[in-house]
Design a protein around this ligand. Structure first.
Ligand SMILES: *[C@@H]1O[C@H](CO)[C@@H](O)[C@H](O)[C@H]1NC(C)=O
Ligand SMILES: *[C@@H]1O[C@H](CO)[C@@H](O)[C@H](O)[C@H]1NC(C)=O
Length: 353
């Protein structure tokens, strides 16, 4: 009798669980899909299709494999680089700050995970969002070519920004946000421009095959802020910026460890969701000063004295050192229907209250 009761209770719970699951399945294209991009994407390319751009070729830019797309005030415009006075006639808003977003390997203007961040900036509304789309030069399975092509991308982006500057775009508050290989592209731009970039935000800068010559450097901008989510694997280990944020220790994200997915890639990709979250005033996270060795060291002891800073968009330019954040939940994932966030940042469907 007793065991029958337990079985009935169990069946009821199972039934509720199935109902909840069926009702709250995720809409298509969660960031989780991006986990399958690296090497598993249904691309017809083979290694012999990989393109390698020589970065110092004469007349390299504009390059047909690199596009710039501007999003501002709810509108979108693809840059026409053949028009010298393009900016003046474009949708560009001179009153807004300029954010350049650079995707990583197997990316593009409208690919995961960078489009989550793009959409977060668009939704925030305070920025001119410039997407650097170098997808054609960083397709799968051509990781080695993508690393090689970063210089060409940086050079053409640098020349493009310089041309915008000539016609009136202020560069004194320009920020470059790059994910993975894109973070190093942001750094490399400094080699091809005559002005100093204001700020670089590096979202888990890529580690594999990155040599010191192309690696993001603390001297590449007035402020270099790095968010570490997969340090030592897909992401770079060790400190890299004026400010280094070590998220959950910086190496592996707790919500990625459920065994169903590649925990390393998941951790690497979710860096983008932390940045998106920082654009929402009530969601942005405060980070506490912590061990100098972070993200290489163990979890530091609590109670270190210092002033916490906001992680992401609102990190003060004067901040420096390592800062730690601990949180077990997927960032920017709405907890229930109607909440702010992006369901593409959820690993599971939002819970019901
Ligand atoms: C790969 O090739 C097949 C046959 O030519 C085509 O139908 C398919 O769309 C291609 N896939 C991609 C991702 O280009
Ligand atoms: C946009 O982001 C900035 C920087 O975090 C923030 O100050 C501002 O309040 C945000 N605007 C909206 C509408 O969320």
């Amino acid at each position: 009798m007793h065991s029958l009761n337990i079985r009935i209770v169990y069946l009821i719970i199972l039934g509720i669980f199935i109902c909840v699951k069926a009702q709250f399945t995720l809409p298509g294209e969660p960031v989780k899909d991006a986990l399958f991009l690296h090497g598993f994407v249904q691309s017809n390319n083979t290694l012999k299709d990989c393109v390698f751009r020589p970065a110092n070729a004469k007349d390299l830019c504009p390059d047909s494999g690199i596009r710039f797309i501007l999003y501002t005030n709810g509108r979108k415009e693809v840059v026409d680089q053949s028009q010298t006075d393009w900016l003046r006639q474009s949708i560009w808003d001179p009153l807004k700050e300029n954010m350049f977003l650079v995707h990583g390997y197997a990316g593009g203007d409208d690919t995961l995970p960078i489009n989550v961040l793009r959409d977060a900036y668009i939704q925030n509304g305070s920025y001119n969002v410039w997407m650097v789309d170098w997808g054609e030069l960083g397709e799968t399975p051509c990781y080695r070519a993508a690393v090689h092509n970063m210089r060409a991308v940086a050079r053409c982006t640098g020349e493009f920004i310089s041309s915008l500057r000539t016609v009136g775009l202020p560069t004194d508050r320009l920020t470059c946000v790059g994910h993975s290989l894109g973070a190093h592209v942001c750094g490399l731009i400094s080699k091809y421009v005559l002005f100093r970039m204001h700020r670089i935000v590096a979202l888990d800068p890529a580690r594999p095959l990155i040599t010191p010559q192309v690696k993001l450097n603390i001297g590449d901008a007035g402020a270099v802020h790095v968010l570490h989510t997969n340090a030592g694997h897909y992401g770079e280990g060790g400190r890299g910026g004026h400010v280094d944020f070590c998220i959950n220790g910086g190496r592996i994200q707790p919500y990625c460890e459920n065994g169903e997915i590649d925990a390393q890639l998941c951790s690497h990709i979710w860096a983008v969701c932390y940045m998106a979250e920082s654009l929402v005033p009530h969601m942005r996270k405060r980070a506490e000063p912590c061990s100098r060795r972070c993200p290489s060291g163990p979890r530091p002891g609590l109670g270190r004295i210092g002033i916490p800073v906001f992680m992401g968009q609102d990190t003060p330019l004067t901040a420096s050192g390592s800062f730690c954040v601990y949180d077990n939940y997927t960032p920017y994932c709405p907890k229930k229907a109607g909440d702010i966030g992006d369901v593409r940042c959820c690993l599971k469907a939002p819970e019901i209250e």
